[in-house]
Design a protein around this ligand. Structure first.
Ligand SMILES: Cc1cc2nc3c(=O)[nH]c(=O)nc-3n(C[C@H](O)[C@H](O)[C@H](O)COP(=O)(O)OP(=O)(O)OC[C@H]3O[C@@H](n4cnc5c(N)ncnc54)[C@H](O)[C@@H]3O)c2cc1C
Length: 518
């Protein structure tokens, strides 16, 4: 079957990698895959933070592709580690909490015991090693992999968005994917069934395909052609613009292993450390502040003279049918929520896992069955709707100090899952079973940090839940043990900056004798 991927950004080349894998272990390739890459339209170039799902594909799902592994990723993409998110000023200026990528060891219990006890006695993050590593700027890599006292942590990465796309492209081309350079200027539908038949490039070249993957970013060239509708989340999520910029490291910069998400008078800003520089931006609402005023606020808060790379406008939401006719949309063409939880690359990967493992088939008539398409789309909608709630939870705070925060406080439409959690929090600590279960879900392990960090779990409710599950009596002892043990365990891990300097040194020396110790 012929499959054409339109768009050569992160989503396009990632889709190519997943399809390349489908041709392994066959005498003949089942899929003839071409990526159309435009030389005229730049990629968005802003996605630089990830979730743990990227680690999963680097360490398992796609490792059969030659050259696709964690070591190469560190060497080629200015990669650093991400242990979580440092959330500043969300629940009022001066407030701060750590959102970990690692879940507590009891996160799937009917009450997350370690989390609840740490929230009672200290802060929720005390329940995971990641928080202690972050405080000391350590990487999640161990000095001695055989040390039995050491824990595995949950982590993700930061990277340079342009380099990651180039690296994906190189591996895809080495694994049988074809490249067609050109910009799509027109599309042609089959009048009998409404399927996309061919695209026409600027130079007149016509390209036909059996199946299409739309990775044309916010242009949504193919999904628009087949009439996919957009479902806006703007009533639920308050920002719609992003001023994007970079900031070079000082000499001897300590490279923090976390993303910073800093609440601002009209939204929030992010700072992502890669190997050489920070990727930064201010997500704001243009209903409350102009681009010029937003830049002024940024400069005041950071104390830096900032030259933005671009000001991006967006409407948070998703397609109603992410797979319509013979077009599947992946990446920004399918959906986008503000980048607070790095949900975009995460959902692209999950979509590709689901699609290639459950819905793709060399037999087009099987693949195009209504039930197959429906199952794919229901999974996608469930995921994006849960992420809408995950992001909205960040905004359920005490802040009420500017017109923007007053609007968020009083008028933002509540997501149904957020409503449900707030109702549960009136009498007990929620748990993993209060969330939808599906591949790629955020669930309790991600929501919990924000609920605690924003002060939405009262001490009374924690005490009651600990009593209900008979953990109250032992709670102080358990807390002291955790703090002591995790604090002690940090001695096993490399300083993050040393680790990154080690990678850079290795690349400079032509890549010899380098091994990342785990
Ligand atoms: C401000 C901001 C911050 C973000 N931060 C994060 C983050 O921290 N973490 C995260 O996971 N995600 C983040 N994202 C999302 C992330 O950038 C995307 O998921 C990722 O880059 C994939 O983008 P894409 O490939 O879908 O689109 P793009 O990068 O926009 O690529 C689109 C491609 O389509 C091509 N194209 C467009 N029109 C045509 C045409 N007519 N003919 C041919 N080709 C065409 C372009 O040339 C380009 O190659 C962020 C996004 C924004 C806007």
């Amino acid at each position: 079957m012929k499959i054409v991927i339109a768009g050569g950004g992160t989503a396009g080349w990632l889709s190519a990698l997943f399809l390349a894998k489908q041709n392994l272990h066959r005498d003949e390739p089942a899929y003839d895959v071409t990526v159309i890459e435009s030389e005229d339209i730049p990629i968005i170039g802003a996605g630089e933070g990830s979730t743990g799902i990227l680690q999963k594909i680097l360490l398992s799902t796609l490792t059969e592709l030659e050259g696709f592994n964690e070591q190469e990723f560190f060497q080629n993409c200015n990669t650093t580690f991400k242990l979580g998110i440092d959330c500043i000023d969300w629940n009022g200026v001066g407030d701060r909490f750590f959102e970990s990528l690692q879940q507590s060891q009891t996160s799937d219990w009917p009450i997350d015991r370690d989390f609840a006890i740490c929230t009672k006695y200290g802060v929720s993050g005390d329940s995971v090693l990641n928080k202690y590593l972050w405080e000391k700027n350590l990487s999640p890599f161990m000095k001695d992999a055989n040390n039995e006292a050491a824990y595995q942590t949950g982590y993700a990465y930061h990277f340079d968005a342009h380099k990651v796309g180039e690296w994906f492209k190189k591996i895809a081309l080495e694994n049988g994917i074809k490249l067609q350079t050109g910009t799509i200027t027109d599309t042609n539908l089959n009048p009998n069934n409404g399927e996309l038949q061919k695209v026409i490039l600027k130079d007149g070249t016509e390209i036909q395909s059996d199946f299409w993957i739309d990775c044309t970013g916010f242009n949504r060239v193919l999904s628009n052609a087949v009439g996919s509708e957009w479902v806006s989340y703007s009533e639920y999520l308050p920002v719609n613009s992003a001023l994007v910029y970079t900031h070079q490291f000082e000499e001897d910069e300590i490279i923090s292993p976390v993303t910073t998400a800093w609440a601002m008078p009209n939204g929030w800003m992010w700072q992502i450390p890669t190997q050489e520089r920070y990727g930064c931006g201010y997500c704001y609402s243009d209903k409350f502040v102009s681009e010029e005023q937003a830049l002024k606020e940024l400069q005041e808060v950071t104390g830096r003279k900032i030259t933005p790379l671009r000001n991006i406008k967006f409407d948070s939401g998703r397609l109603k049918e992410v797979w319509k006719k013979n077009v599947l949309s992946i990446g920004l063409s399918s959906s986008f929520l503000e980048p607070l939880e790095a949900t975009s690359i995460h959902s692209s990967i999950i979509q590709l896992v689901q699609f290639t493992q459950h819905h793709l088939s060399p037999y087009k008539e099987d693949m195009m069955r209504e039930s197959n398409i429906k199952a794919n789309n229901e999974h996608f909608n469930m995921m994006l709707d849960e992420f809408r709630a995950l992001i909205q939870i960040h905004y359920i705070t005490k802040r009420n100090d500017t017109p923007f925060w007053k609007y968020v406080h009083n008028d933002l439409k509540r997501d149904p899952l957020v409503e449900k959690l707030l109702e549960i929090l009136e009498y007990r600590v929620p748990n993993a079973y209060d969330f939808p279960h599906y591949n790629g879900s955020a669930s309790w392990g991600v929501f919990c940090w924000i609920l605690a960090g924003n002060g939405l779990i009262s001490e009374e409710v924690i005490d009651k839940s600990l009593h209900t599950h008979a953990f109250y009596k032992e709670s102080e002892k358990v807390y002291k043990h955790m703090v002591k043990q995790y604090g002690f365990d940090t001695r096993n891990y490399f300083p993050h900056t040393d680790f990154i300097n080690w990678v850079k040194e290795f690349v400079k020396n032509g890549g010899k004798d380098f091994e990342i110790k785990k």
